[in-house]
Design a binder for this molecule. Structure first.
Ligand SMILES: [Zn+2]
Length: 79
């Protein structure tokens, strides 16, 4: 079972959640590119990957996270 890593209360703020997820993706080799390759726009304007489960408009939340991750990667490369 996973133990909490800190005593800080869970912060449901979306920006924080997106930022943390984007950081995880950015740390994977080609993480953002792989996500964007899967979550591409179909001819009907839906996300190809997410719409497997239910119709989801593109860009989906994962595209948003992947784009954020790309910015993090670019910032790391630029250092
Ligand atoms: Zn998607």
């Amino acid at each position: 079972m996973l133990e909490p890593t800190s005593d800080e209360p869970y912060d449901p703020d979306l920006d924080t959640t997106f930022g943390g997820a984007a950081q995880l993706i950015a740390n994977q080799p080609d993480g953002p590119d792989l996500l964007l390759a899967e979550h591409r726009r179909t001819s009907t304007g839906e996300c190809a990957a997410c719409s497997v489960y239910r119709p989801t408009d593109w860009p989906c939340v994962l595209v948003t996270i992947a784009r954020l991750a790309q910015r993090i990667v670019l910032r790391q490369v630029g250092r």
